[in-house]
Write a protein that binds this ligand. Sequence first.
Ligand code: KG4
Ligand code: ZN
Length: 340
Amino acid sequence: MKVLGIESSCDETGVALYDTERGLRGHCVHSQIDLHAAYGGVVPELASRDHIRRLPLLVRETLAAADCRLDELDAVAYTAGPGLAGALLVGAGVAESLGMALDVPALPIHHLEGHLLSPLLAADAPAFPFIALLVSGGHTQLMQVRGVGEYELLGESLDDAAGEAFDKTAKLLGLGYPGGPQLARLAETGQAGRFRLPRPMLNSADLDFSFSGLKTAVLNVVSAPGWQADATADLAADFQQAVVEVLVKKSLAALRRTGLQRLVVAGGVGANRQLRAQLDEAARRRGWRVYYPEPELCTDNGAMIAFAGALRLAAGQRADSAGEIRIRPRWPLAELQKPV
Ligand code: KG4
Ligand code: ZN
């Protein structure tokens, strides 16, 4: 089965072709970073317009790279939420129209399901069940994953998501957009331990997170008299270390609590090198394993959407939208069901 995947929930336009027999055959992403950089963040209306401009070209490019004709497709999967409403509508509109024109199912996919299943695309894929740590710009969640569509929320951020905290802190440190990767890069050149930043909810008995206080603590440091900008790299390192410490401790607690030994890390913050190093080290000591998506599939892409669509299709899911364009800008992952 050949499934075309379309991702347009935020500031990346992604298209990919996943073939259940031959794997990932084509995969194109267009990032809108340059478009939004001047504004210091994503401008939703500009994002939607750019998705409209890019999607038809990317579909053509992906099919050409995969050496596949439109009429060979068995389904079109698209991100139906969560995300920016206007941006989601573009992908949903294209996917549902293609589905109708080709008379194949159009499958609405949850963006985070795409992220959390994406490590299964790697050569060394984890088996179910596992714990998923989802760390993106909009979400920080620990889920227990028993199979496709069987997700139980164990804990989540009560305020800012980890990626959001990285982005906002980067902004107040005067770094450009996108802030997360820039802050991480700067942190590599600094020395952590100088500023005693808090570790929010590190010792709470639950598996929830809170990151907005950490951002405020950074703001307090840079607004204090005597602050010197040459300490920015050290402050960045301290901030990164505080976030990583909390993410590692809660992920280990989730594994311990459920008795599982496999942890899957997905979402943009999963690209963070410190997070990876410290999770790997902590897991190694206990004989547990941590799985990540291929580096290019950590941030938003169409491959994870095509793949989630293919898994759902294979498990018997049918499209029931009748060409109706449905999006869910807010859509809790735990509401998803097993394919029927
Ligand atoms: O999953 P993603 O591409 O988009 C969402 O669905 O949100 O994640 C983007 C988030 C942004 O907040 C970005 O700053 C963060 O992931 N991010 C990072 C790194 N790379 C991306 N945060 C920390 N360290 C990184 N290396
Ligand atoms: Zn994402």
